[in-house]
Design a protein around this ligand. Structure first.
Ligand SMILES: NC(=O)c1ccc[n+]([C@@H]2O[C@H](COP(=O)([O-])OP(=O)(O)OC[C@H]3O[C@@H](n4cnc5c(N)ncnc54)[C@H](OP(=O)(O)O)[C@@H]3O)[C@@H](O)[C@H]2O)c1
Length: 331
């Protein structure tokens, strides 16, 4: 029998295991033009929380009683599609199923000899592209500038900071544990990191760490953490708005300080983005990321959870900060 995980109900607040349902079904068979895929690694991502809501977005919501889907690396088990042979590895947005068939239209082949398969869901996948494209195209970093990253020990944030260092910026990370702060400074070369959970005055601490002011704020979390950084922005600062995880489970967004006048007076650029806004630049981004990785200028951290049955809990754990670097589930 095959296993799949469907959406049983839409969460209100933080997602719970009871929002998901495990189902058994017969094994799929590849018809003409299709390949039979075995799921090997599954990406769990904060943006999926938005797809659990019935609201309009850049991507449609998950349907009740339909399988959840996310970035997956799968192995081709058999193929009735001339583009694939058994033993190929592919990546794409696929369903939370142990086995499934695909016509291959949205899949890209990945090379297990070039990088570990899980890396195609992280630094060489959506995560790396988001970090590179958001920072380069909106952050426009220049040598000697100061970059602050929130959600800095996560999948996107840890890559953003390292790119900032390669380009000659001073880089400060904001994270939720002291262990994550150490990971950033010891392994990933950040200049310093702040624990927002234990810090009593984030705004003042950022000022102390960045007396020259902040030129780029790469925002993964939104909310009060971002408010604290915004007060420290320099003239002509750039703010790539990548995500707002601190607000994803909030019933209402709440209110905060008004920054409009400050943004006018300081000529600050604040721009939300989805990485595929810059799809023309994906080849350039992958070339750079692969080269930096091969040259040992970058490294990556992964939290790898074992087992199909642990997919929902791995996803939920993102909202508890239980991951360092990219959270993936190995099947
Ligand atoms: N725009 C795009 O194209 C795009 C693409 C990918 C991801 N994103 C967004 O980028 C952000 C990071 O994604 P990711 O995949 O790299 O996830 P991630 O950072 O690897 O994992 C989520 C992290 O967020 C932090 N967090 C959770 N709840 C929080 C809260 N209430 N306040 C502050 N921090 C909280 C936790 O770290 P701590 O322990 O440090 O709190 C957790 O480890 C998310 O907002 C995501 O939606 C956007």
């Amino acid at each position: 029998m095959n296993q799949s995980i469907t959406l049983l109900s839409r969460p209100s607040g933080k997602p719970e295991i009871s929002n998901f349902k495990f189902e058994r079904e017969s094994m799929p068979v590849a018809n003409e033009g299709e390949a039979l895929l075995k799921t090997r690694f599954v990406s769990v991502d904060p943006y999926m929380r938005g797809r659990m809501n019935l609201s309009e977005s850049y991507i449609p919501p998950f349907e009740i009683d339909e399988p959840i889907e996310s970035g997956i690396v799968a192995e081709v088990i058999s193929s009735a599609n001339p583009a694939f042979v058994a033993g190929d590895f592919v990546s794409g947005i696929l369903k939370w199923k142990e086995y499934q068939t695909s016509d291959g239209k949205e899949l890209v082949k990945v090379d297990a000899n070039k990088a570990p398969l899980s890396a195609y869901l992280g630094i060489l996948g959506m995560t790396g592209l988001t970090a590179y494209l958001g920072l380069i195209k909106i952050g426009m970093p220049k040598y000697g500038e100061t970059l602050v990253v929130s959600g800095a020990a996560g999948a996107v944030g840890s890559i953003v900071g390292q790119i900032g260092k390669i380009l000659g910026c001073k880089v400060i990370g904001i994270v939720g544990t002291d262990e994550k702060a150490t990971l950033l400074t010891q392994k990933h070369g950040f200049d310093d990191a702040l624990n927002y959970r234990t810090n009593v005055n984030l705004r003042a601490s950022i000022y102390d760490m960045c007396p020259e002011g902040v030129d780029i704020y790469f925002d993964n979390v939104g909310g009060e953490i971002s408010d604290a950084v915004m007060y420290n922005l320099n003239r002509f600062a750039r703010v790539p708005l990548c995500g707002a995880i601190s607000l994803y489970n909030a019933p209402e967004a709440g209110t905060g300080p008004r920054f409009e006048m400050m943004m006018v007076l300081k000529s600050i650029l604040v721009q939300g983005f989805i990485y595929h806004n810059f799809s023309d630049h994906i080849p350039e981004a992958l070339t750079k990321l692969e080269a930096w990785l091969a040259a040992g200028k970058m490294s990556y951290t992964e939290t790898i959870i074992d087992g199909f049955q642990n997919l929902p809990s791995a996803f939920i754990d993102l909202f508890e900060g239980r991951n360092e670097g990219k959270m993936v589930v190995k099947i």
